[in-house]
Design a protein around this ligand. Structure first.
Ligand code: AHR
Length: 495
């Protein structure tokens, strides 16, 4: 039995809605087919963006969307992706499968997608193979209101009004695919490039520097020491690898055993150590926490589905993914004083996706359902939640069995989300709430009938939210039982 206490006193810590951000790269079938089918496609679409995917994503109220990469960003030349489609330059997407990129989805199409999703764009600029001038002109093209060469070109391409662009990343993984740079060199380049990422008119840009790869604490130290005063955010990338390694295998997305289940969740929990240690370095140079930690790539990365292009990173999504999403989001809320944005990788058909498509068919993944249930935490006030988690023991190892978070939204409703990481044991809860007598409770749970339970195009609702029985006593004790391997969301509304 887990005894929880939800303290309803004000904490004044707001969970930034941007923690629920997404990432869409020109990679595999994320952009082409997953989002963009073109205006002439038989698949119903709005301005070339497929309607089924659009509608599913609209329901998530995605606050921010990162694009065009990833590694692709440091090879992307934005001028190739504006103007009449048939005149756009073609290129080879050398990072991802060596396929042709026809640039039909460019700046205008991406920003139209953002408008349709009512989401804020987060543009990733090219430092690895792009020039300072090119980056400066992209920002001018998108945001300059008055007359200027780039603003005039934008108008000729059909867009009169400038867009509002808040988030701009100055390079991606410049320690790796973005140029294999040393932190000292990148810190100088960051200072140089970011100088020309200008605020035109009243557009104010939040500049994000390329941060560390996993536990590269030296990178964080050098970037914070040399460039903190020039940045608003510093990124961190950490993927959950089931085996803990990229090579020789990461581990399959389905058909895994209990050992792989446990190890994967243990690897996910390593995110907390990374947040604590990188934040400690940031605190040294930025004690007032002005620079946000931006976890702009996270999620599970498995082996690709058998028979698919290894460069397309297409993988299935199971109840294990639902737990990975829930556990990570809880960590991001816990450290919301430093974490200002997170972007799960990636939105459609790549890595830990929200939706998968096959031709004109689409399914919602278990991860989608977690993002859907958890959206109540967006911009809510985080509440203190006390509990002692039982241990989830497996062989000689153990991790906490329970992960949870609580918040109060602007209507005064209290939301508690809970994950049971155990692959085979349910858990009973008794939860004490201050002033609980005046609430009513409802709850939903996502669970699976197997460790790798997942949705397919023929069985799209095998893993989906169901109602969970909860009782709330007159004394304010909330009771419920959480099945093994499940994620639940409980809402307490003022009666
Ligand atoms: O998300 C897939 C890739 O992972 C991104 O392109 C890159 O930034 C990271 O290594």
């Amino acid at each position: 039995m887990v005894n929880m206490n939800v303290n309803t006193n004000e904490t004044n810590v707001i969970i930034s809605r941007h923690i629920h951000g997404q990432f869409a790269e020109h990679l595999g079938r994320c952009i082409y087919e997953g989002l963009w089918v073109g205006k002439d496609s038989p698949i119903p679409n709005t301005d070339g963006i497929r309607n089924d995917v659009l509608e599913a994503l609209q329901n998530l109220h995605i606050p921010v969307l990162r694009w065009p990469g990833g590694c692709f960003a440091d090879e992307y030349h934005w001028k190739d992706g504006v103007g009449p489609l048939e005149e756009r330059a073609r290129m080879v997407n050398s990072h991802w499968g060596g396929v042709e990129e026809n640039n039909h989805f460019g700046t205008h199409e991406f920003l139209r997608l953002c408008e349709l999703l009512d989401t804020e764009p987060y543009i990733s600029g090219n430092v690895g193979s792009g020039t300072v001038h090119e980056m400066q002109q992209w920002v001018e093209y998108m945001t300059q209101d008055g007359t200027s060469p780039m603003a005039d070109w934008r108008r000729r391409n059909g867009r009169d009004e400038p867009w509002k662009i808040t988030y701009f990343g100055v390079g991606n993984e410049n320690w790796g695919c973005g140029g294999n740079m040393r932190p000292e060199y990148y810190a100088d380049l960051y200072r140089h490039y970011s100088t020309y990422v200008r605020n035109y008119g009243d557009n104010q840009i939040y500049k994000i520097a390329c941060g560390p790869n996993v536990d590269d604490y030296k990178w964080t130290e050098v970037l914070m020491r040399e460039a903190a005063q020039h940045m608003n955010g510093l990124s961190l990338h950490y993927y959950t690898l089931p085996s803990g390694e990229f090579f020789p295998v990461k581990g399959p997305s389905t058909g895994f055993n209990e050992t792989e289940w446990f190890r994967t969740l243990k690897n996910t929990l390593f995110m907390e150590e990374l947040i604590i240690k990188h934040s400690k370095i940031m605190d040294k140079y930025d004690p007032d926490k002005k620079v946000g930690l931006i976890i702009d790539e996270w999620g599970i990365w498995t082996d690709v589905e058998p028979g698919t292009n290894p460069g397309f990173l297409y993988q299935q999504n199971t109840i294990r993914d639902a737990l990975i999403a829930g556990v990570n989001l809880h960590l991001f809320y816990k450290y919301a004083d430093r974490i200002k944005m997170a972007n799960i990788a990636q939105m459609v058909n790549v890595l830990q996706s929200m939706v998968l498509t096959e031709g004109d068919r689409m399914l919602l993944t278990p991860t989608y359902h977690v993002f859907n249930l958890y959206q109540v935490h967006q911009d809510s006030e985080r509440l203190d939640l006390q509990f002692d988690s039982p241990s989830y023991e497996f062989g000689a190892q153990s991790i906490p069995k329970i992960s949870a978070a609580a918040s109060r939204d602007t209507h005064g409703h209290i939301h508690i989300t809970v994950c049971n990481l155990s692959h085979n044991e349910s858990e009973a809860f008794q939860c004490q709430l201050d002033g609980a007598g005046s609430y009513t409770a409802t709850a939903q749970v996502i669970a699976g009938d197997a460790l790798d339970a997942h949705n397919t195009f023929d069985q799209p609702d095998r893993v989906a939210p169901q109602s969970l029985e909860v009782t709330l006593s007159a004394e304010g004790i909330l009771s419920f039982e959480l099945p093994a391997a499940s994620v639940a969301a409980i809402t307490l509304s003022q009666a």
